[in-house]
Design a binder for this molecule. Structure first.
Ligand code: ZN
Ligand code: ZN
Ligand code: ZN
Ligand code: ZN
Length: 235
């Protein structure tokens, strides 16, 4: 869950800071140092380091260099975070258009992303970001949860509304006296079987954690291979 939150945050941050643009000249020295560090890390194929430098840069709140989203998307591609990579390369192209220094590389990256993104789309073992699903912890993959009936609070019965749970109906007769009759609806019991749970005291509802799918994404990038397949080979 943390991943999604930070992805969204990064995109929002990116949008905000690029609007600030070069007008804020403060601390450009620090931004330059970070950019150089990240590009050097990319050069030696240390994409993990590049990734954390880029994230520091975004977290710092300093205005981002125009070319940064491109380099960040390239880094994310190398780390297998294809969906995120696509978000940033799109943002880069949207913001810089044809004028960006890395316009051609960005277009190539978009092209390169097509294959892994199509694999993610085809795979049923991962979410659309490419993160492997695991069985939902809340419902143990059952998709539904059994809980206490919310209507009768597990009693299985509810008070009869027609007779006010008394079992008797009062009627004023022609002599203006009150007669009592047994309630037809509850046959004088004053109670009815709970219409919500049919008396079981329990109700089944769709699991909210996994929205009834039985699975939640993990922090692991998917290799698009089924675990059964791997187990089968081991036997
Ligand atoms: Zn009930
Ligand atoms: Zn009744
Ligand atoms: Zn669930
Ligand atoms: Zn997959």
């Amino acid at each position: 869950m943390k991943i999604f939150a930070s992805t969204l945050f990064l995109l929002i941050a990116l949008q905000g800071f690029l609007v600030l643009g070069a007008s804020a000249q403060v601390n450009l020295g620090q931004t330059d140092r970070w950019m150089k560090g990240a590009l050097a890390a990319m050069e030696r194929k240390d994409y993990q380091t590049a990734n954390s430098i880029f994230r520091n840069l975004i977290d710092s709140g300093l205005p981002l260099p125009e070319e940064m989203p491109y380099y960040f998307s390239e880094t994310l591609f190398q780390l297998g975070q294809y969906d995120n990579s696509q978000n940033f390369v799109n943002k880069y192209l949207e913001l810089t258009g044809f004028t960006g220094q890395n316009y051609e590389s960005a277009t190539r990256l978009k092209e390169k992303l097509k294959v892994p993104l199509a694999q993610i789309l085809e795979c049923e073992l991962c979410d659309r970001r490419g993160y492997r699903y695991e069985s939902c912890m809340n419902c143990q993959g059952k998709k539904q949860l059994e809980q206490v009936c919310s209507y009768c609070k597990a009693k299985g019965v509810v008070g009869c509304s027609r007779c006010g749970a008394s079992g008797m109906i009062k009627k004023v007769n022609m002599f203006n006296l009150i007669d009592f009759y047994e309630c037809e609806r509850c046959t004088g019991k004053g109670r009815l079987t709970c219409p919500n749970c049919s008396g079981s005291g329990k109700e089944v509802s769709s699991c909210k954690t996994c929205e009834g799918s039985g699975k939640t994404p993990s922090n692991t990038l998917c290799n698009h291979e089924s675990p059964e397949h791997t187990l089968g080979l081991r036997k």
